[in-house]
Write a protein that binds this ligand. Structure first.
Ligand code: NCD
Length: 304
């Protein structure tokens, strides 16, 4: 039985094959409409979500399966004091596969140790978010044709942004990738990612606070929200929340084929005026997420 806790649980070949399946689903959705008939997905969201949860649910419905679960820990037995392990043991009696999001880093790993069915990490604290990375990878693949030879700017909250950590891990396996890490000093990429991924693999990167200065060299600009819920102190959040706001004028020196991404939800980081720019890819990313989650569910359930 396979779980998806970390994007590196999938080899690059497996990622290619998920992308191939996702593209086939896009071309011929009817072929997949009954693939998961009588299968049940549980979505256990101990932390708020719109896209990720609904995207998993839409994915399972489009495969002909059904969905059960909860969307906040207050509406589950967690509020009575039940442990994650017990909740998972119970739910794995009802469901064939579980997607879970939890505010504690490592909770999906704990879940995988007691579960009888595959566990998908749908976000654990400020740590990882591998299925958002699958959405991001399909977007990059469709916009850029592949993953090699790209200069990728990551901007905003690189400290707490779990989507950033997973995406860096994923892209670190391709060749000629360069990262430009754009953030305020206090929200820099954690040392464990810089040391264990970038330095360890000799991947070129620069750290800067200057978005405009970085703009001309970027092939991809991945904007992120300052993660309010992970701050200890509201004053720090207020001071940092508007560090970067992408507006059309800031794109003047950007490449014509820049791909602007954001995992969403956005707060202020990208002005709505940018949405009209053909380089804005963040709503395409949402749709790509559904297709990749369909492909992932098929893989983990070992459906042919
Ligand atoms: C992201 C997350 O939950 O980490 N959202 C998502 O899943 N698309 C990003 C965020 O909340 O800022």
């Amino acid at each position: 039985m396979r779980h998806l806790l970390d994007i590196l649980d999938l080899s690059t070949d497996e990622i290619n094959s998920l992308i191939e399946t996702a593209c086939d689903i896009i071309n011929d959705p009817d072929k997949y409409a009954e693939k998961c008939k009588r299968k049940k997905l549980a979505t256990l969201f101990f932390e708020p979500s719109t896209r990720t949860r609904l995207s998993f649910e839409a994915a399972m419905y489009e495969l002909g399966g059904s969905v059960l679960g909860f969307s906040s820990s207050s509406s589950s037995s967690t509020s009575k004091g039940e442990s994650v392990s017990d909740t998972i043991k119970v739910v794995s009696c009802y469901a064939d596969i579980i997607a879970m999001r939890h505010p504690k880093e490592g909770a999906p790993m704990v879940a995988s140790m007691v579960s009888d069915v595959p566990i998908i990490n749908a976000g654990d604290g400020g740590h990882n978010h591998p299925t958002q990375t699958l959405a991001d990878l399909l977007t990059i693949y469709r916009e850029k044709g592949g993953f090699n030879d790209l200069t990728v700017g990551l901007c905003g909250d690189l400290k707490f942004g779990r989507t950033v950590h997973s995406l860096i891990n994923a892209l670190s396996r391709y060749s000629d990738i360069k990262f430009v890490l754009i953030s305020p000093d206090e929200l820099k990429l954690p040392d464990y990612v810089t040391n264990n991924v970038l330095l360890k693999n000799n991947i070129p990167f620069e750290e800067t606070t200057d978005l405009l200065g970085a703009m001309p060299k970027l092939d991809i600009l991945y904007m992120t929200r300052v993660q309010r819920e992970r701050f200890f102190n509201e004053q720090d959040y207020i001071r940092l929340k508007d560090s970067y706001i992408l507006t059309p004028d800031k794109l003047e020196d950007a490449k014509d084929d820049l791909c602007i991404m954001h995992p969403l939800p956005r707060v202020n980081e990208i002005s709505v005026a940018v949405d009209k720019d053909p380089r804005a890819c963040y709503f395409k990313q949402v749709l790509n997420g559904k297709y990749m989650r369909m492909a992932l569910i098929l893989k983990l359930l070992e459906v042919e």
